[in-house]
Design a protein around this ligand. Structure first.
Ligand code: SAH
Length: 383
């Protein structure tokens, strides 16, 4: 049987580009379950059956989350026989890296290959003392926002909690030994609140001191706006941060840009966001992707200020990143300055998102899409 276990990954020192060839994507025939897919009770029972003390589960966790292990064999304080048995029964990691790009600004982008050959994107951003990972929660996306590359082929499947966590581990393993991940943004492919249970499973481990120890306050979940799920998210009683992808100040325009708005409507989303604020005390961020001549006019900015006035809101303006094949364009610098000034002048807290990884197609879903276009095996599957 082919050994599909991942190997330690050396970050490339030179800049990769999309000229790099994509390896053919194979579906793994390995039937061993990745360790993060094994429920803690099942692992405890498995260890008990082999006469192992409960402390072994803790050791395994430490190797994975702190020790950066990529194989059971590296776990030098476990008996050799146990390491062999673990290797026969499980894989330490189920995903591997199909592609690794490094931008001239230091942004890393990974195309992470899942066990069934599907790929998702994961981005590592390094800025001052922050090390932020942007993770995906679904293969593709079912929300269909008209300007977004992730939604072009619809949603293929949800990721498991283990697959969401493994993206964090692969990104973390790129950092020098003395650095740790500080922030998570769930802004990669997919709609996180449409894969709620797996999302929470992964974030619980990521934020636990027994997992990656990234404080809930440093974890942001971005949603298209699913009101009942936003309320459930608020009811968790955690300090997670919520970002809502607004993109338009009225229903008529939002229905055209964000098709799911037709059924939801802006007011239900804003009420759920207010509920989140009331319940958690945390300010909600509203994301607004600026599309030239679509939603970037001063009148839109004026309407947006009316909508958000009196709310505990922060606005993140995101100049559109061009996506091949889509008819939308980035707005002009002048239009951006004008839009920003209108919001600022009315006292709204607002920032423009810095462009990161522009030379490696770091916007949502673009790299996977490029790989799909280049790679026959996947496009033949009708994705
Ligand atoms: N489904 C979630 C999270 C994923 S997208 C959501 O809708 O929020 C994360 C953010 O990136 C969203 O605000 C999304 O609208 C934005 N985005 C997607 N494609 C983009 C592009 N080409 N340029 C700029 N922002 C984009």
């Amino acid at each position: 049987m082919k050994d599909n276990r991942p190997v330690a990954f050396d970050p490339p020192t030179t800049y990769n580009t999309l000229m790099q060839t994509v390896e053919p994507l194979s579906i793994s025939m390995d039937s061993r379950r990745p360790l993060l897919e094994v429920a803690p009770d099942d692992l405890a029972a498995w260890l008990r059956e082999r006469g192992q003390p409960p402390l072994r589960a803790r050791q395994l966790r430490r190797w994975l989350f702190d020790g950066r292990a990529v194989s059971f064999d590296q776990m030098s304080d476990l008996p050799k026989r146990l390491r062999d048995e673990l290797t026969d029964s499980f894989r330490l990691l189920g995903c591997d890296i199909a592609r690794h790009l490094v931008s001239s600004d230091g942004t890393h982008k990974l195309l992470v290959r899942l066990r069934d050959g599907q790929v998702v994107e994961c981005v590592l951003l390094r800025e001052a003392d922050r090390r932020t990972v942007c993770i995906s929660t679904q293969v593709g996306c079912g929300m269909g926002c008209v300007f977004c590359a992730s939604g072009i082929g619809g949603v293929v499947r949800n990721l498991t909690g283990g697959e969401i966590l493994e993206q964090l581990l692969h990104a973390r393993n790129l950092l020098p030994a003395e650095e740790r991940l500080t922030n998570i943004v769930v802004m990669g492919m997919g709609e996180p609140l449409a894969n709620f249970d797996a999302l929470l499973e992964a974030l619980t481990v990521a934020s636990s001191p027994r997992g990656l120890g990234i404080g809930a306050r440093h974890i942001t979940v971005s949603t298209v706006g699913i009101p009942n799920r936003m309320r459930q998210f608020a009811d968790l009683g955690k300090q997670y941060h919520l970002a809502v992808s607004l993109h338009a100040p009225n229903d008529e325009l939002r229905n055209r840009i964000v098709p799911t708005n037709d059924k939801t409507g802006l007011s239900a989303i804003l009420e759920a966001a207010d509920y989140f604020h009331a319940k958690t005390g945390r300010q909600v961020t509203y994301e607004y992707v600026l599309l030239r001549d679509v939603n970037d006019r001063p009148a839109h900015a004026g309407e947006l200020t009316k909508l958000l006035r009196g709310r505990q809101a922060h606005v993140n303006l995101i100049p559109f990143n061009d996506v091949d094949g889509l008819p939308y364009r980035r707005l002009s610098q002048q239009a951006l300055d004008d839009f920003l000034a209108i919001l600022r002048d009315s006292g709204i807290s607002v920032k423009v998102r810095k462009r990161k990884g522009a030379d490696i197609d770091a916007a949502c879903g673009q790299l996977r899409r490029a790989a799909l276009v280049e790679s026959e095996p996947i496009s033949a599957r009708g994705v």
